[in-house]
Design a binder for this molecule. Structure first.
Ligand SMILES: Nc1nc2c(c(=O)[nH]1)N[C@H]1C(S)=C(S)[C@@H](COP(=O)(O)O)O[C@H]1N2
Ligand SMILES: [Mo]
Length: 311
């Protein structure tokens, strides 16, 4: 992951201009407008009443980023290292059929079809801040269900201490996986109590529509109090394990990316400060909040841990 480049500045003008337009239309109208303009190749909206983000802001009063911004500025190294190129590069990625295999130290291992996951577990809207370790952030209205509901179904055994997640490996469709620099497929992990926290979401949609490929379709993790790289995309395997999983980023640069990776303004990344961030669509910078503003919900998980080494 590299620091912000000047290419970002160009796209920011577009975001700012569109945001003004959307504000003028009013939030609900904007949602309808976005849905109406969706390209034909994209998935249909989730059936039933469209769950529009009420009020269009998070619990801190921060406005949502636009659908356009969220789906045209992405980190997804399997497709491109250029955030503004991921949408196009992932357009033809095959997201159906899709299954997620859940196994390891569980009493009830299983293979779940994506459609079953969508119907078995009630889909909720969750408006979360996403803070990338590179120093930018967005507010995103996800659709999905808490990971703990799936874990309850498979019943982890008492030996299970961590959850390991794996992205699909399809180098023929994902050109980035041809790069020998990283150990594909992308892997991430959580301690089991982090995985059981109510904030930890398996997302299948955003803005009331099924995820597009660039956002990690058809199913990705969202862990809002951790740096964005923990929120692994296009998951095909979830395993309960007894040892701390080694993530792709820990393997690539262990001195820069740790396992916990909780958002922490007081612990600089070895190459840059983490004390502030740029909210996409805004000029200037905001202070970064401990645990990305979710301390009340998650700080208890780390009582007694030395958070200074927790980069
Ligand atoms: N499989 C996979 N998952 C991934 C990544 C990736 O390159 N590959 N990038 C991560 C990073 S660094 C961030 S910041 C978020 C970005 O999610 P977004 O593009 O939906 O905003 O996805 C994370 N999940
Ligand atoms: Mo990131």
């Amino acid at each position: 992951m590299v620091p912000i480049k000047s290419s970002e500045i160009t796209s920011e003008h577009i975001y700012v201009a569109r945001r003004g337009f959307i504000k003028a239309m009013g939030f609900t109208a904007a949602g309808a407008f976005l849905a109406a303009c969706a390209p034909k190749s994209s998935p249909d909206p989730i059936d039933g009443p469209t769950p529009v983000a009420q009020g269009g802001m998070d619990e801190l009063g921060d406005p949502l980023n636009s659908f356009d911004a969220i789906t045209n500025y992405n980190n997804y190294y399997e497709f491109s290292l250029d955030k503004t190129a991921v949408a196009r590069a992932s357009r033809d990625f095959q997201i159906s059929p899709w299954t997620v295999e859940v196994g390891g130290m569980v009493r009830n291992p299983g293979v779940y079809d994506i459609d079953d996951l969508r119907t078995k577990f009630a889909q909720q809207e969750r408006i979360y801040r996403l803070r990338c370790v590179e120093g930018w952030s967005m507010v995103i209205p996800w659709m999905g269900f808490p990971l703990k509901e799936l874990l309850a179904q498979v019943e982890p055994t008492s030996d299970a201490k961590y959850v390991r997640f794996e992205t699909v490996y399809r180098p023929e469709e994902m050109p980035g996986q041809g790069s020998g620099f990283y150990s594909w497929p992308y892997v991430e992990g959580l301690r089991i109590d982090e995985a059981m926290n109510d904030l930890t979401l398996l997302a299948t949609g955003l803005y009331g529509r099924e995820l597009l490929p660039q956002s990690g379709a058809p199913i990705r993790l969202v862990v809002p109090w951790k740096y964005g790289f923990k929120s692994i995309k296009s998951i095909v395997r979830i395993d309960l394990v007894d040892e701390m999983p080694v993530s792709l980023w820990m393997d690539a640069a262990p001195n820069e990316y740790g396992f916990y990776a909780n958002v922490n303004p007081d612990v600089p990344h070895p190459r840059w400060s983490q004390s502030s961030e740029r909210r996409i669509g805004e000029t200037g910078r905001r202070d970064t909040l401990p645990f990305n503003g979710y301390a009340e919900e998650v700080a208890y998980l780390y009582e007694g841990m030395d958070l200074r080494v927790n980069y």
